[in-house]
Design a protein around this ligand. Structure first.
Ligand code: NI
Length: 168
């Protein structure tokens, strides 16, 4: 197991679209384990492979306080979403220190492969629905601040660029 470096917005590599995983093999399972370790250490409640500069369709999520409800989604595919919208304050390990409200469908149903390579479905609402959609966005090269107004997004870009310039 290893901690993986996380890309920080506005790194252009966060805009890459991830490719499907063809075989759920030991390399994929090792990556998933490293991503989970990285997420827990941060600490965060979700991490997409894109954020660790691996452009393959893999997500880890654990919204529990006890860190024992790990969900791994490989090649997640949206099956359906509710018409009703929920607004939630989001943050992201790739956008440190920034939190803002994003509107998303309140419920989603997703099909994915698990670490055993078998397909499963998950229906989610509340925070889990937010997290799944946020992480699936990463696989499309979308960061949550891309959902904000251009003005807000530009302010965030400028703030983070300044912060990153200070780092030696
Ligand atoms: Ni994120």
């Amino acid at each position: 197991m290893a901690l993986l470096p996380i890309l920080h917005f506005p790194d252009p590599r966060l805009q890459k679209v991830a490719a499907p995983i063809e075989h759920v093999d030991d390399d994929v399972r090792r990556l998933a384990a490293d991503m989970a370790e990285t997420m827990y250490a941060a600490p965060g409640i979700g991490l997409a492979a894109t954020q660790v500069d691996v452009h393959r369709r893999l997500i880890v999520i654990d919204i529990s306080e006890t860190h024992d409800q790990l969900i791994t989604l490989i090649n997640p595919r949206l099956l359906g979403q509710s018409p009703d919208i929920q607004e939630c304050e989001e943050g992201c390990l790739s956008v440190p220190g920034i939190f803002d409200s994003v509107e998303r469908p309140a419920e989603v149903e997703v099909e994915a492969l698990g670490l055993d390579g078998k397909s499963f479905r998950i229906k989610a609402d509340g925070l889990l629905a937010v997290c799944i959609q946020h992480e699936m966005d990463h696989l499309e090269g979308i960061v949550f601040v891309d959902h904000l107004s251009r003005l807000k997004r530009n302010r965030i870009v400028n703030k983070l660029r300044k912060q990153q310039q200070k780092v030696p």
